[in-house]
Design a protein around this ligand. Structure first.
Ligand code: SAM
Length: 331
């Protein structure tokens, strides 16, 4: 078996599969619950620093393989280097793309028929947050960018400077779940032009109490980041397309970091649609392509949270692709 983790250059053969790029959360649970066929084909559609991919490769049989997708070029080159042996052995294929177009990437670009498992570990990586010039963090001065994919046109600068006050308020309310969204949107519009993360943070600070500053800034930056990267649209698209690309018996695992994501995943895994409405056939049987394996999401242990505080908000949900339910024989 290829020991993918042996390519971790910083921290050695770390059993947690972490690197200075990113420490993967709930790694053991992902491996344990996602793999149903050790010789199968698994897609990590949020490759990042490759921690989960490395763990999957180690757990799979030599014939098992992983397709790693990310829209961020830095993630792909870091992971290509980290897991170069697996790439050379043909066990890891690294692809730049947005999981919003998952079915197109897998079917048209890679010409795959069906996959055995799919992982989405949502949001941004530690590397993206730590790299000041990416503009994701309110703690470091940088141009307002926040794009995961630098080929994309829309930047945080445009959202902050060009969007109407109403659209900005909507983004802060909906994506940042920020109750003071109206006041903050007004403050941002009044302070324009805003060119940097720190200028944006200062405009927000002017209208929030000091004791709420950090949490408010986190919500504001989250809201703008989600708007820039159209994160919820991409998640919804990937959930819907997963039904078509997974084999019957294959599994999907999603790690969410806030309730906007988790709510969508929960509804989709429970009822097979994004509205969360149970559908029944004429006999009253639930009609869904999923068997939800986690009624309650799996959470990180205290020890994992202590070692990696980012794990605190992580929720892992897993579902198995099932055939449409057999209809009872008509008497
Ligand atoms: C939380 S990190 C994943 C970390 C990874 N599991 C690891 O072990 O290092 C999320 C990654 O997903 C990527 N990403 C987020 N949304 C994406 C999308 N719609 N399409 C493709 N990649 C996306 C980000 O660029 C980031 O690298």
């Amino acid at each position: 078996m290829t020991n993918a983790s042996s390519h971790i250059t910083d921290g050695g053969a770390d059993p947690s599969y972490g690197s200075s790029y990113h420490v993967p959360v709930l790694c053991d649970a992902v491996v344990e619950h996602l793999i149903t066929n050790p010789a199968g084909c698994y897609v990590d559609a949020t490759l990042g620093g490759g921690g989960h991919a490395a763990a999957l490769l180690d757990a799979l049989a030599p014939a098992g393989r992983v397709i790693g997708i990310d829209q961020d070029a830095e993630a792909l080159s870091a992971t290509r280097a980290r897991l170069s042996d697996a790439v050379a052995a043909g066990r890891l294929q690294v692809v730049r793309g947005n999981f919003e177009r998952l079915a197109h990437l897998l079917t048209d670009v890679l010409e795959l028929e069906a996959i055995d498992g799919l992982l989405l570990d949502l949001g941004v990586s530690s590397h993206q947050l730590d790299e000041a010039d990416r503009g994701f963090s309110f703690q470091q001065e940088a141009p307002l960018d926040m794009r995961m994919d630098d080929r994309q046109g829309l930047t945080a600068h445009q959202v902050v400077n060009d969007w109407s006050e109403e659209d900005l308020r909507e983004a802060l309310w909906t994506y940042g779940e920020e109750r003071a969204g109206a006041r903050i949107a007004r403050a941002i519009v009044d302070a324009r032009p805003l060119d940097t993360t720190t200028a944006l943070a200062d405009a927000v600070r002017r209208v929030v109490p000091t004791r709420e500053e950090v949490k408010t800034l986190a919500r504001v930056f989250q809201g703008i980041r989600i708007a820039v990267n159209r994160e919820l649209k991409a998640l919804e698209a990937a959930l819907q397309q997963a039904v078509d690309v997974l084999q019957i018996g294959g599994r999907m695992a999603v790690i969410s970091y806030h309730s906007l994501e988790d709510r969508r995943v929960k509804r989709f895994f429970r009822h097979g649609n994004l509205q969360g409405e149970p559908r029944r056939d004429v006999y009253g049987n639930p009609v869904t392509p999923w068997n939800e394996l986690t009624r309650k999401p799996l959470r990180a242990s205290d020890a994992e949270i202590e070692a990696n505080p980012r794990a605190r908000s992580a929720r892992l949900r897993i579902a198995e692709r099932i055939a449409e339910p057999d209809l009872p024989a008509v008497p």
